[in-house]
Design a protein around this ligand. Sequence first.
Ligand code: BGC
Length: 340
Amino acid sequence: MGKWFRLVAGFCWLVALLFSLAAAPAFKTKKPGEKVVIGGIGKSIHAYWREVELGMLAAAKKLKGCQVRWFVPSKEDVRAQVSTFESFIAQGLDGIVIGPSNPAAVKGVIPKALKAGIPVITFDTDAPDSDRLLYVGTDNYKAGFEAGKVMAKLLKGKGKVAICTGSLTALNSVQRMEGFKAALKGTQIQIVETYNDNEDRAKALANAQAALQRYPDLAGFYGVYAFNGPACAQAVKMMGKAGKVVIVCFDTTAEHMQLIKEGLITATVGQRPFMMGYRSTEILYRMVTEGVDKVLRDLKMHDKPLPQRHLDTGIDVVTKENMEAYRRQLLKLGIPVQGW
Ligand code: BGC
């Protein structure tokens, strides 16, 4: 009985092992110095994504033989992202990083790339159930929570707030809204409406104007994406509401910083888009030249469940008072400051 049991158990173990070996993708490897092409897919044409691209290019310049192939649709465009991803697989790129506008839409193509031996990671916004190897970017729930705390303080716990975002599907937008709402629990701040512009600059402005018209007593705007803070500021200015509506938003492009100086944006959550591009490229290059397992081990990610593999690039809450200190901190981190 014991002997048979051991025999059957041993057989089952062998079968399981063979299955797991067959299921684990075999990643292509290259020697340092050989050409390594990394594909990057962003979400929309915007100064924010230009910083991500610059980060990728800076990393590629440092890494021997590394080249970058870059794509961003003009505004939110899930189909264009997926078809570009497919073409990167077909072209046999060595690694791909994507910020998916809809995590559900990449659930099929990411495993396809992995099966073809191409390591895939996400940046800026995650697709945790896609089998991607790692997510590099902001902790978006936490960032949204921070924004909510700032809003609650500025409004002294009461008033009407409109949310303006550029996506209802991308996980970063969803998590930033969830975190924000969680931070407002127990206050008398009322979220009156959520507007979506699909990362379309003109629509972002029209939405902000519509909110000001519909809610004449609006006390605050929460701008979830890089388009939104400046669009809300422009609407506030155009409708003669400067100083009457608080704007708490995301990102620190030159446009944001100018509006902070002018006092139209009260606070913004600065992300580190340059670092997202830089670190992703470096990590993919190392995965291709040193092996996926080694890199995950070095990053201490290998024993975490797949969806929890997250390299947090960090955030800063930026206001008029601390913007100079913020600039110094970015430069200290090796992040070039673009245009302000
Ligand atoms: C978000 C990106 C978005 C960009 C431009 C940023 O805040 O992290 O996902 O594409 O804004 O809208």
